[in-house]
Write a protein that binds this ligand. Sequence first.
Ligand code: ZN
Ligand code: ZN
Length: 289
Amino acid sequence: MMDTNIERALAVAFYVPLVVAMVLETIAPRRAAIRSTAWRWLNTAGLAVINTLLARAAAFLTTLVAIVEIDRAGWGLLNQIALPGPVAFGVGILLLDFASYLKHRAFHAWPVLWQMHSVHHSDTDMDVATSLRHHPADYLLDTLMTVGIVLVLGLTVETVFAYQLLALVLNSFRHGNIRLPDKLERRVRLVLVTPDLHRVHHSSVERETNSNFGVLCPWWDRMLGTYVAQPAHGHEAMDLGLEYFRAPAENTIFRMLTQPLRQMKARKVALDSSGKQGQEQGPVVRLDA
Ligand SMILES: [Zn+2]
Ligand SMILES: [Zn+2]
């Protein structure tokens, strides 16, 4: 069983920012919703419950167990270098954030991973509910990759736990439909991924979807040329979501759960009929008939 203190800290890091972000969305919304918020929330909550039951709890437990074992065994990069505790902690957080950036890029670059991850991107609105919208397979794959990263880097339990807490807190804010005052937004984005920065990542313009992959810090995007400061059509007018999943029915639990499978089929049919390699991302035919 997971330690009750850890469970409590994770619950606080999840629920408090979620509620605060919901309040901020109500007080200072960035955009008007284009679909019924209640309907989206209801279906996304259903997906979140399935995720919690089937994937997230089990996956996080597995990660934790693996990390404890790695920590004990002294494997990994950082365990080979004698760094003072606080330095190792800081370096560990930064390395994990950089690895999370690379992992997120992998989810966009490889078709099978993208088909899972695209459920998160098929939301045509973006608010706190979007932060809960993930396919269970996306969670499982993500966790397996995290275990691999922790193994290679040799991070301590404290480092991984602190990072998970920070990522949970920021996840609600990053997806919030929140209008921050301009001056504050410009300052915050120097260090953290703001709602405006992450909204660019949820744009339906492909160049913008494949930008701003950062989880905590936008520095990796800036360093590796994937940083896009603002959407081409502006935050109010830009289209969110994916070109091929725009039908309102795509926000129901069943359609969200079957989106990866339908993309796989569509891609296979298109590749078979063309007899050549399709584009690297997404299906090669429209799916919202
Ligand atoms: Zn993404
Ligand atoms: Zn997102």
